[in-house]
Design a protein around this ligand. Structure first.
Ligand SMILES: [Zn+2]
Length: 425
């Protein structure tokens, strides 16, 4: 056993305890092989067979297939199970290496200097995301301000930027974005930051941008799960939930996007197992992150109202409309939403040929309860409230780990899509 494999071996835990990794050392995933396992509508049987392995499940919709990363020392035993598998990647560690190192950010020199676009060539540490946003805001002090909506479980500020146009601060309906509620979905922070960057820097040299800026107030929160995001950078790259501890359990973390106080009580769209990746919490809205986001959402609703909300996620390339809680439920303006999503997908595809699938969240992807778009639609009063699942495709080998070279194209295609969208709602 090679030394790096030995280190990995020492960190492995049974599947059921995957959320309770006690070590704070960084997990490398070197030699982890990733598989797509066919489940034939019986994922429980497959999950039971692999329960003794330290396999890490990737996807949450598992009726057709369950994607897992298997540590090197367990590959032989795993393959001996004879499951119906396809190899997605020979080495998850190599995929993560392709993602590149976290590069140090340097603030631009000069008063009101705009940060460099090189920000979008690499991934960065959480502290740099804060600095970048502050620098960006400082370059446009009369058109924007930084705000915080509250604190995370570990006490980090949940911050955002408010951008306004010619009508002045707070005069128009809200365009409202959340990024990175799921910690490991790093591309969502980058894409949200690229949209922010262009909304600010293109205002005076693109009439289409001026028009949308003057029509709406933008409220953009790039990382609404800062504790999980930091943990995914320092310790466990594939961490999803927040880092909330609860008495009586060694498992850490609640899925903030299964914790919204709307249809939370329904079954089948989240987990009551504290160790699960989709753990919903003990009560609706019992995560500090969700409480902060709910309060801010109510503030926007009671202000000029919410025109458009997007919760930015990865991966799979989906544009998901309401609802998540019921596969037969449709928003009252569903026909308009569906047409808009279809046209947005076509617009996104024009940039690099990337194909996005669109449709109601539950029937297109999977059932979710206590999710943000359902709350935003029925409680927050948003005209549109969507989830956008960014690159790569659902059949990708590396899933949440998108190479740094794809940050810009993944961002540019969304920016082109957004310009179309906001001119047509
Ligand atoms: Zn997600």
């Amino acid at each position: 056993m090679k030394l790096n494999n030995l280190a990995t071996f020492l960190l492995v835990v049974p599947l059921a305890l995957a959320s309770a990794v006690p070590k704070e050392r960084k997990q490398t995933y070197n030699g982890y092989k990733t598989y797509k396992i066919a489940t034939h509508n019986n994922p429980a049987e497959v999950r039971a067979k692999i329960a003794k392995f330290a396999a890490i499940p990737f996807n949450t919709r598992d009726d057709v297939h369950l994607d897992v990363a298997v540590p090197p020392e367990e590959i032989a035993a795993f393959e001996a199970l004879g499951l119906e598998t396809t190899v997605l990647s020979e080495d998850l560690g190599a995929d993560i290496a392709e993602e590149g190192p976290l590069v140090a950010y340097e603030s631009p020199v000069g008063v009101q200097a705009i940060p460099s676009l090189t920000w979008f060539n690499n991934y960065h540490a959480y502290a740099d995301h804060i600095t970048f946003f502050n620098d960006l805001q400082a370059a446009f002090p009369t058109q924007s301000e930084i705000f915080t909506v509250g604190k995370s479980f570990q006490g980090r500020d949940i911050f955002g930027i408010h951008i306004w146009g010619s009508g002045g601060k707070g005069s128009k309906p809200a365009i409202y974005f959340h990024g990175t509620v799921h910690a490991r979905e790093w591309i969502s922070a980058k894409v949200v930051e690229y949209l922010t960057y262009n909304l600010l820097t293109q205002y005076t040299n693109d009439t289409a941008v001026k028009a949308i800026r003057d029509a709406y107030d933008f409220y953009i929160l790039p990382v609404v799960n800062p504790d999980g995001f930091v943990y995914s950078q320092t310790t466990t790259r594939l961490w999803r939930k927040n880092r909330q501890t609860r008495s009586g359990s060694t498992c850490v973390g609640t899925d903030i996007n299964r914790n919204w106080p709307y249809k939370w009580e329904l079954t089948g769209g989240a987990s009551t197992d504290r160790c699960s990746e989709t753990y919903k919490g003990l009560a609706a809205g019992d995560t500090p992150e969700n409480q902060a986001l709910v309060a801010f959402t109510q503030k926007l609703k009671n202000g000029k109202g919410i025109k458009f909300y997007v919760d930015w996620h990865s991966y799979g390339q989906y544009i998901l409309l309401p609802y998540g809680y019921d596969c037969n439920a449709r928003a009252s303006n569903h026909a308009a939403q569906n047409t808009l999503a279809k046209n947005l997908a076509a617009e996104i595809q024009k940039s690099y040929g990337t194909r996005f699938t669109y449709g109601p969240s539950c029937s297109t992807l999977y059932k979710t309860t206590g999710s943000a778009p359902d709350y935003l639609t029925d409680v927050g009063g948003a005209t549109y409230a969507w989830t956008i699942e960014l690159r790569p495709t659902s059949s990708s080998s590396n899933g949440f780990v998108l190479p740094a070279t794809q940050i810009l194209p993944a961002s540019i295609e969304q920016w082109n899509g957004l310009k179309y969208l906001l001119a047509n709602i």
